[in-house]
Write a protein that binds this ligand. Structure first.
Ligand code: ADP
Length: 488
């Protein structure tokens, strides 16, 4: 069993912008229940400080930047320790951890996550006087990419060196900054090369993880393959192909203490796969909440997510006028690109009886949509794993997804043979265009008319295994392999 420092820039319920937070708030708990000792390392954002349990000051570190406090507490309701990097000039800002109030990235993101990396290095190399040294430093996404790179430049013996894992939650976000930032940060000169952090004359934080981590993984087997191709690799496919012997995919699990229709406190009525009647009450409540007519037999389509190009929101917007006349009802919750927010609001004004949107971020409402909708729409252009379709499956809300990334790994299309052998759990379509999405909804609507078949699809999804247990075991194997690599 290993000591794991789990470095991340968000973790539910301390701070969340997307799936990374869900993973960082639940994988450490699952790893700990397998016997590992996991400590989450997170910036001390104000919300995180408020929500961390039993918070106290652990130590003060002297870094080139100055003194930085390390706070210690617990992830709420768990025995997993959280260490918060308390540098107020960088992290004591309310709101989004990466973006300022104008929606643009904070101007000093490179400095912020460089400092965060320096703290991780101090812990990993026993320079923090904590009497605790990790066997594994598990890094997540570009915000932690400098950690494996900087550890590589430290002159340490095998015994002193922690093994590094880098998990890609989304290859499209790379942490790219100009060369002047590389100089201003004072990064070691040897890291300025196309075989290190340089990426088309810029410094790429994510490359630090991809090049220098002992093992790299991503959050679904299919996405692990896809990112080795130009279509999905965002310019890093060559490097990933080069590291393919060290690259793998492990599907995300879901936290079933948070996402469970039997116990979910946000729902009107709790239910399970045997008592699906409760789901109808949630549908009626959702229609009411969204001010749509109470129509028990009209297919209610739900969508929750970041309103960005990746998620295929434009395909949805283009199809909505036709979908409204079918008719189906459509409810959405999300924030993102202003053009999509406006277009969705316009659609709701044009079709007030069929379309209703909530532009905002609302954890509780996300749960109620998962429970109240009949189908959940995820027409993503790419999707590393996707969590919402896993929540939908768990809640008996049939996912309609594009055959891409983790969506293809987790949803089985309702075709004649899969309906016959009872493995069908959703609707899967191929092309990223409005017609294909429209045809998929029509298919869902037809299946929805056959109550027996529909129930079978719902129950197949609800019974499926999506907890973290299996995936946490796979992470344990990954740690073992990485440690072996380091000993060679
Ligand atoms: P991504 O990480 O690409 O945003 P995922 O499907 O992996 O997508 O995870 C998204 C997570 O963020 C889910 O838990 C989803 O419910 C949540 N989420 C996204 N947007 C919102 C929102 N506007 N309100 C509440 N929850 C949201």
């Amino acid at each position: 069993m290993y000591k794991v420092l789990f470095a991340t820039s968000e973790a539910y319920p301390l701070i969340k912008t997307g799936g990374l937070a869900d993973v960082s708030g639940s994988l450490p708990v699952a790893l700990q229940s397998l016997g590992h000792e996991v400590i989450i390392l997170l910036p001390a954002y104000p919300e995180a400080c408020q929500r961390t349990e039993k918070l106290k000051t652990l130590t003060t570190l002297s870094l080139p930047h100055g003194e930085v406090k390390l706070l210690e507490g617990y992830l709420p309701g768990t025995k997993v320790k959280v260490w918060l990097v308390d540098c107020s000039v960088y992290f004591n800002r309310p709101g989004n951890p990466y973006l300022g109030p104008d929606g643009d990235p904070w101007h000093d993101n490179a400095d912020r996550f460089h400092l965060f990396a320096q703290v991780a290095i101090a812990i990993a190399t026993s320079k923090a006087n904590l009497n605790w040294q990790p066997d594994i430093v598990h890094c997540n996404d570009w915000q932690t990419g400098l950690i494996p790179a900087l550890l590589h430049t430290e002159s340490l013996s095998h015994e002193q060196k922690a093994t590094t894992i880098f998990t890609i939650h989304n290859i499209a976000y790379q942490g790219l900054f100009p060369y002047s930032t590389f100089i201003a940060l004072g990064l070691p000169e040897e890291l300025w090369s196309s075989e290190a952090l340089e990426f088309h004359d810029q410094v790429s934080f994510i490359k630090g993880g991809l090049v220098f981590a002992d093992r790299v993984n991503t959050v679904s087997p299919n996405y692990a393959k896809e990112i080795q191709s130009p279509e999905y690799g965002y310019g890093l496919d060559g490097l990933l192909l080069h590291r393919s012997d060290r690259l793998s995919g492990i599907l995300n699990g879901i936290d079933d203490t948070v996402w469970n229709p039997e116990t979910d406190p946000y729902l009107k009525t709790n239910y399970d796969h045997k008592k699906l009647a409760g789901k109808k009450k949630n549908k009626a409540a959702l229609q009411k909440e969204y001010k749509l007519p109470n129509e028990p037999n009209t297919l209610l389509v739900g969508l929750v997510g970041r309103l960005v190009h990746q998620k295929g929101i434009d395909l949805v917007i283009n199809s909505l006028p036709e979908l409204a006349t079918l008719p189906v009802q459509f409810v959405a919750l999300g924030t993102g690109e202003p053009a999509y927010e406006h277009a969705l609001r316009d659609m709701a004004r044009l079709f007030p009886k069929q379309i209703s949107v909530n532009i905002g971020y609302d954890e509780a409402l996300a749960h109620r949509i998962e429970a109240g909708a009949d189908v959940f729409l995820m027409p993503s252009r790419f999707e590393p794993c996707g969590l919402n379709q896993l929540y939908s499956l768990r809640y008996g809300t049939v996912p309609i997804v594009r055959r891409v990334g983790g969506l293809a790994d987790t949803v089985v299309d309702a075709a004649p043979e899969t309906l016959k052998d009872k493995t069908a759990s959703g609707i899967v379509f191929d092309n990223a265009d409005g017609e294909s999405l429209y045809a998929a909804v029509i298919r869902a609507k037809e299946l929805y008319q056959d109550k027996k078949i529909w129930k079978q699809i719902q129950q197949t999804g609800m019974r499926g295994e999506s907890s973290w247990k299996h995936s946490a075991q796979q992470y344990t194997q990954l740690y073992e392999l990485a440690i072996k690599d380091c000993q060679k």
